[in-house]
Write a protein that binds this ligand. Structure first.
Ligand SMILES: *Cc1c(COP(=O)(O)O)cnc(C)c1O
Length: 394
C-alpha cells in the first residue's frame, strides 16, 4: 500500500503569547525537562522523581496530605477523581454553580447517581455563602463543592466561610483549584479543605496533561469506608495511592516526561516563592485593569471579587468579538479567550497565568487591543499604557 509520508510537514507551530484561559506560556526550562530521556517508571531515578514531585506539590498546595499526586489526565480528570472517589449513589452533594466549571461538577454528580443540591449564583459573581447555608438546612450532605477561581467568568469565591459551613454539617469540603493554584493563595490545611484538584496548564505554566490533587485524612477515611467500589478503575485513588506510596504497586504507567515537566515547573515556582508569585499576579492584574479602564472599557466582575489571573472585559457594543480575537492572533501572535455560555460574544477573557503574568505581556495586550479597536472605529480614550506604567511604578 502506498502512503505519502512527505505530505506531513515538520511540526513548527511558531511562538505565541498565551493570554487566554489556558494553556498559558510554558517556560523553556519546562519544555527542556520534557525532552530528557524516557526511563522506566519503576527505575529508581524515576521513583525519586515521583517523590520530589509530591514534595513540591505539597509545598504548592500548602498541605501535609500524604495523598498529594498528579493524576494522569487534565484538570477535568482531577475533578472526576474527586467526585468518583468521595461519593456513592444516593449521597447528597452540594455544588455551587457560578459558571461553566460548577456546571460541569453538577453533571458529574448526576452521572454518579449523587443527590445534587445545586446552589446557583449569577455568572460573574462570587458564590454567596448565605445562599449555601439556606440550601442545606435540614439536609445531610456528604460533600460541599465549589470552584475557587471560575475561569469562565473571572470571579473568585472566598473559601473560609464555605469551609466553616462544610465543617458544621460534617461534609467534606471539595475545591476546584485549577486556575487559582500557583497564582493566588490556596492553603489546603489552613483553610480546612478535604479534596482539591488543579491542572498543569494554568498558573503552573506546564503543558496540559496532569491534574495535581490532594486528599485530607478525612477524605481518605471516607474513601476507605465506602460501601461500593469506586466506579472508575483508572481513577480509583485507593489503588493509585499504592502506586505513588511506599508499596509502588503497579497500577498504570505514569506519564514519565509529563512528570519531568511538572517537576521543573514546580521547581521554578519554589525558586520564585509562593508569596512573590501571588504578588506578581496581583500587580500585573492591576496594571491590566488600569489600562483597560483608562481606555473606557469595563470589567465584568466587581472589583472585590476579581481574580488576578483571569480578567473578563466587557466587549463594547457593536464590536465583532471573533474579528478582534482573530486580529490579535494573526497580527500580534497573541491568544485571548472568548466568553462561554451566556457570556459568549459579550466578554473577552484575558489570562495572566503563571509565566505569562508579566509587564511585557500587559503592555503588548493593551497596545494591540487599542490598535485593533481604533482600526474598527471604536472610540478609545488615550493613556492606557501610561496608566499601566503608573501601577508598576507605584
Ligand atoms: C480549565 C479548568 C478546568 C478543566 O481543566 P481541563 O484541563 O481543561 O480538563 C476545570 N476547572 C476550572 C476552574 C478550569 O479553569
Amino acid at each position: 500500500m502506498s502512503f505519502d509520508a512527505r505530505k506531513f510537514r515538520d511540526l513548527d507551530p511558531g511562538q505565541r503569547v498565551l493570554m487566554g484561559p489556558g494553556p498559558s506560556d510554558v517556560p523553556p526550562r519546562v519544555l527542556q525537562a520534557m525532552s530528557a530521556p524516557c526511563i522506566g517508571h519503576l527505575d529508581p531515578y524515576f521513583l525519586e522523581t515521583m517523590n520530589e514531585t509530591q514534595e513540591l506539590l505539597r509545598y504548592l498546595f500548602q498541605t501535609k496530605n500524604a495523598l498529594t499526586i498528579p493524576v494522569s489526565g487534565t484538570g477535568s480528570a482531577g475533578m472526576e477523581t474527586c467526585f468518583v472517589n468521595l461519593i456513592e449513589p444516593g449521597d447528597e452533594v452540594v455544588v455551587c454553580v457560578n459558571g461553566v466549571f460548577g456546571t460541569r461538577m453538577s453533571d458529574i454528580v448526576n452521572r454518579l447517581g449523587g443527590k445534587l443540591i445545586r446552589v446557583d449564583e449569577q455568572w460573574g459573581r462570587a458564590v454567596n455563602a448565605n445562599k449555601v447555608k439556606d440550601a442545606i438546612k435540614g439536609k445531610n450532605p456528604k460533600v460541599l463543592a465549589v470552584v475557587h477561581a471560575e475561569t469562565s467568568t473571572g470571579a473568585c469565591t472566598p473559601l473560609e466561610d464555605l469551609s466553616s459551613i462544610a465543617k458544621e454539617v460534617g461534609a467534606l469540603f471539595l475545591v476546584d483549584m485549577v486556575t487559582s493554584l500557583g497564582g493566588m493563595e490556596v492553603a489546603i490545611d489552613k483553610t480546612g479543605i478535604d479534596a482539591a484538584y488543579s491542572g498543569t496548564q494554568k498558573c503552573i505554566s506546564c503543558p496540559p496533561g496532569l491534574s495535581p490533587i490532594s486528599f485530607s485524612d478525612k477524605a481518605m477515611e471516607a474513601l476507605k469506608n465506602r460501601k461500593s467500589h469506586v466506579v472508575s478503575w483508572y481513577l480509583d485513588m485507593s489503588m493509585v495511592a499504592s502506586y505513588w506510596g511506599a508499596e509502588r504497586k503497579y497500577h498504570h504507567t505514569a506519564p514519565i516526561n509529563m512528570i519531568y515537566a511538572l517537576r521543573e515547573a514546580l521547581r521554578i515556582i519554589a525558586e520564585e516563592g509562593l508569596e512573590a508569585r501571588w504578588t506578581r499576579h496581583k500587580l500585573n492584574h492591576k496594571a491590566l485593569v488600569a489600562g483597560i479602564e483608562t481606555m473606557g472599557l469595563e470589567m465584568l466582575v466587581p472589583e472585590s471579587e476579581r481574580l488576578p489571573m483571569l480578567n473578563t472585559i466587557k466587549i463594547p457594543d457593536g464590536v465583532d468579538d471573533v474579528k478582534v480575537r482573530k486580529a490579535l492572533l494573526k497580527d500580534f501572535g497573541l491568544e485571548i479567550g472568548g466568553g462561554l455560555g451566556d457570556l459568549a460574544g459579550k466578554v473577552w477573557r484575558v489570562g495572566l497565568m503563571g509565566h505569562a503574568a508579566r509587564p511585557k505581556n500587559v503592555f503588548l495586550f493593551l497596545s494591540a487591543l487599542e490598535t485593533i479597536l481604533r482600526a474598527e472605529g471604536v472610540k478609545i480614550n488615550p493613556g492606557a499604557l501610561d496608566a499601566a506604567a503608573e501601577v508598576y511604578a507605584s
